[in-house]
Design a protein around this ligand. Structure first.
Ligand SMILES: Nc1ncnc2c1ncn2[C@@H]1O[C@H](COP(=O)(O)OP(=O)(O)OP(=O)(O)O)[C@@H](O)[C@H]1O
Ligand SMILES: [Mg+2]
Length: 203
């Protein structure tokens, strides 16, 4: 039986470009500044738009998606961590270091938002290797994010965890659904947006 300890808000819609990342990041800033909450953003989209917004992705033309996540400034050679520490690492049995970022109100008052960045190549690898709907391995992958985000330590560190998701139905997307306690569907009132919303339930 899966336990739900943390508040995990997933931003979902299978329609691309409907405002998921925008809502995710504005909401994270709002929660940190206006609601004084400890916020973690988790970027589960291979496009890594939210990672780029918060910490800047490195241009890497030869890498999948043309980008690499940045080196983590606190990486100290720990074998349980990658030097480009990303949320993808938890699916390979490793730990992940969040990046600390700060948002400022107009008066310069700083508030912290943590982000666990995405990794285009590794997220793509997880999605392609484990895209077997009935397979045992895929179930492990789908549950992995839930197990991680609902650990007692995560509940102590964060008041809210916001998941930015991509516009495809893949194992990572399913793991976001499994981990979520709350959802927001950014939605424009037209046919393709509605189809994208309906597809989220056809899993
Ligand atoms: N409410 C809004 N009004 C105007 N423009 C918006 C609004 N929300 C998002 N946009 C713009 O629409 C574009 C797509 O938004 P965004 O990247 O947030 O979509 P997305 O759903 O995350 O896309 P993807 O599915 O590719 O990840 C961006 O250029 C963004 O600035
Ligand atoms: Mg997006």
């Amino acid at each position: 039986m899966l336990k739900y300890n943390s508040v995990v808000l997933a931003i979902l819609n299978q329609k691309g470009g409907c405002g998921k990342s925008t809502v995710c990041n504005i909401l994270a800033e709002y929660m940190a500044i206006m609601a004084n909450k400890n916020v973690l953003v988790v970027d589960l989209d291979m496009q890594c738009n939210s990672s780029d917004y918060w910490v800047g992705m490195e241009s890497s033309p030869r890498s999948v998606g043309g980008q690499l996540p940045p080196l983590h400034p606190d990486y100290d050679g720990d074998p349980d961590l990658e030097e480009r520490s990303t949320i993808a690492d938890i699916y390979f049995g490793k730990a992940v270091l969040p990046f600390e970022t700060y948002v400022s109100e107009a008066n310069g008052f700083k508030k912290r938002v943590d982000i666990m960045v995405g990794h285009p190549a590794l997220l793509e690898r997880i999605n392609s290797e484990f895209d077997n709907e009935s397979g045992q391995i895929e179930h492990k992958v789908i549950n992995r994010l839930h197990e991680f985000l609902h650990m007692e330590e995560m509940k102590e560190l964060y008041d809210i965890i916001i998941l930015d998701t991509g516009p495809s139905r893949n194992p990572i997307f399913r793991s976001a659904l499994r981990a979520a306690t709350h959802t927001i569907f950014p939605f424009e009132c037209e046919e393709k947006n509605l189809q994208g919303l309906i597809q989220c339930y056809k899993l």
